[in-house]
Design a protein around this ligand. Structure first.
Ligand SMILES: Cc1cc2nc3c(=O)[nH]c(=O)nc-3n(C[C@H](O)[C@H](O)[C@H](O)COP(=O)(O)OP(=O)(O)OC[C@H]3O[C@@H](n4cnc5c(N)ncnc54)[C@H](O)[C@@H]3O)c2cc1C
Length: 450
């Protein structure tokens, strides 16, 4: 019997069907694996995870933790010889304290479900990936996910107070604390967040909730082209106004969304900024924001009511699904200093011209985090050929502008080629040593992240 068969046989909720192995072999990155994992274990309790990792250690079986499989870096991809540990059945919200403003949840719960539970108490959970309805809190923690509201409220790391994590050898580790402040010891909580399933399996998270803003003001702004929109976004930052949402979409992306949704954004401009301000000063801040963008904009439209604002937000959330209707999508995730937005869009146009690949752009403009998306034919690869070459060029473009390889999606399997260029030898060596301390046998999500 193989080592993985021994692990799968000993697990109550294991599956080796072709369909389950196929589903668990990749995520939404467009990566197509050449083999399938040996099986899938569906964890229902923290004890299931402890037992799985103890056995995996004993038999030295590589294990790939998996949340909802919406990742965009192939971080949850798995191949022959590996067993997937699927966390999507652990969906309970164990405790929600509206006075202390915390929620204790299992990792498989969807991001949107946490927000729905918080909303009932006038609270919200700030990190809001565009995939909120389909991604899990465990996956958000493992990727340190961002989203639209991160412009004002920070990324996942700013909203996770404590974790329970099963280490590769099956020991249970507690990180962080339930207090807002606390500096005892090294910050293992922060280390765990964004570690892409390579240091431990998250089985419980204590999340920080926040009071829902008393009001939100939304405006949609249209520009002749993406360069003008980028300059307007930089002008908003320079005006020292703090939008809670500042999302940019270029003309080709607007066309794709219009085709998917029956809207007419592209007819109104060659680029679009969705800006929200919130809190007691929402309307005042919106005035400052509109003044800052006036020199660049062709037109703007304030949302008349919540329904209108929600429709505009949905326009942005629909960008990736709209492009997925056109072919295989490879999503880049570069970050640049916010005053270099116009430069990065000019560089992207250049890459588009000389590589011949189709690039569509959305950006969390207030964070300087861009998602240039390459769309290829459904049977074309994103891990070699022109798509891969364009991805490499985008990274080097970001680097030249003082930026980074990934703002929020993680390195996963797809971006490891460029790690050393960004981190340098000393940092990479230290990070590999840290990984080795947690996982000396190298059985947790091998070949990913670092
Ligand atoms: C339409 C669309 C829009 C998106 N928008 C955004 C966005 O705005 N911002 C953003 O940041 N991302 C976005 N994403 C990417 C994706 O949704 C996020 O990366 C999300 O955090 C992944 O969560 P998941 O549950 O799907 O994780 P998976 O894809 O299942 O896994 C992702 C990583 O987490 C690890 N992992 C999962 N669960 C655990 C656990 N319990 N313990 C340890 N490791 C674990 C996996 O091993 C893997 O490395 C988008 C994706 C799509 C498809």
């Amino acid at each position: 019997m193989t080592a993985s068969a021994a692990l799968l046989n000993a697990s109550a909720n294991a599956s080796t069907t072709h369909d389950d192995r196929l589903r668990a072999s990749t995520d939404r990155s467009g990566y197509v694996p050449s083999t399938l994992p040996d099986g899938v274990i569906y964890a229902e309790t923290a004890d299931d995870v402890v037992n799985t990792m103890k056995l995996a250690s004993a038999h030295q079986v590589p294990v790939v933790p998996r949340g909802a499989g919406t990742g965009l870096a192939a971080g949850a991809a798995a191949k022959a010889g590996e067993v997937v540990l699927d966390m999507s059945r652990m969906t309970r919200i164990l405790h929600l304290d509206p006075v202390e403003q915390i929620a204790v949840v299992e990792p498989g719960v969807l991001n949107a479900a946490v927000n729905a539970a918080a909303a009932a108490h006038g609270l919200f959970y700030a990190p809001d990936p565009a995939s909120t309805a389909i991604c899990s809190i465990g996956g958000n923690i493992a990727t340190n996910a961002g989203g639209m509201l991160c412009a004002k409220y920070g990324v996942t790391r700013e909203s996770v107070l404590a974790l329970r994590v099963v280490l590769p050898d099956g020991r249970m580790l507690r990180t962080g604390r339930e207090t807002i402040k606390g500096v005892t010891g090294y910050d293992l909580n922060a280390l765990m967040i964004g570690s892409e399933g390579t240091l431990g399996v998250v089985v419980e998270a204590t999340l920080r909730l926040r009071p829902r803003p008393i009001q939100t003001a939304t405006v949609a702004v249209y520009f002749p082209d993406v360069a003008a929109a980028a300059r307007a976004a930089s002008a908003i930052i320079a005006a020292r106004v703090q939008p809670s949402v500042l999302e940019l979409m270029d003309g080709p992306t607007l066309e794709a969304v219009d085709a998917a949704q029956g809207t007419n954004h592209r007819a109104r401009g060659g680029a679009f900024l969705l800006a929200q301000t919130d809190g007691y000063g929402a309307a005042l801040e919106q005035d400052v924001l509109i003044e800052a963008i006036q020199p660049f904009a062709s037109s703007y439209e304030k949302a008349a009511d919540t329904e209108h604002a929600d429709a505009l937000v949905a326009t942005r959330r629909e960008a990736i699904p709209a492009l997925e209707r056109m072919g295989r999508v490879s999503i880049c995730d570069i970050g640049v200093p916010r005053n270099r937005l116009a430069d990065v869009f000019a560089g992207l146009e250049d890459i588009c011209r000389h590589t011949g690949v189709r690039i569509f752009n959305v950006a969390h403009a207030a964070d300087g985090n861009l998602h240039p998306m390459i769309v290829v034919d459904p049977d074309e690869s994103i891990t070699e050929g022109p798509a891969k070459a364009a991805l490499a060029e985008m990274f080097y473009l970001a680097k030249r502008l003082g930026g980074t390889l990934t703002g929020e999606h993680g390195v996963g399997l797809l971006k490891r080629d460029w790690l050393q260029d960004e981190l340098g030898d000393i940092s990479l060596e230290l990070q590999r040593s840290i990984r080795n301390v947690f996982d000396p046998l190298g059985i947790l999500n091998p070949g990913k992240a670092i």
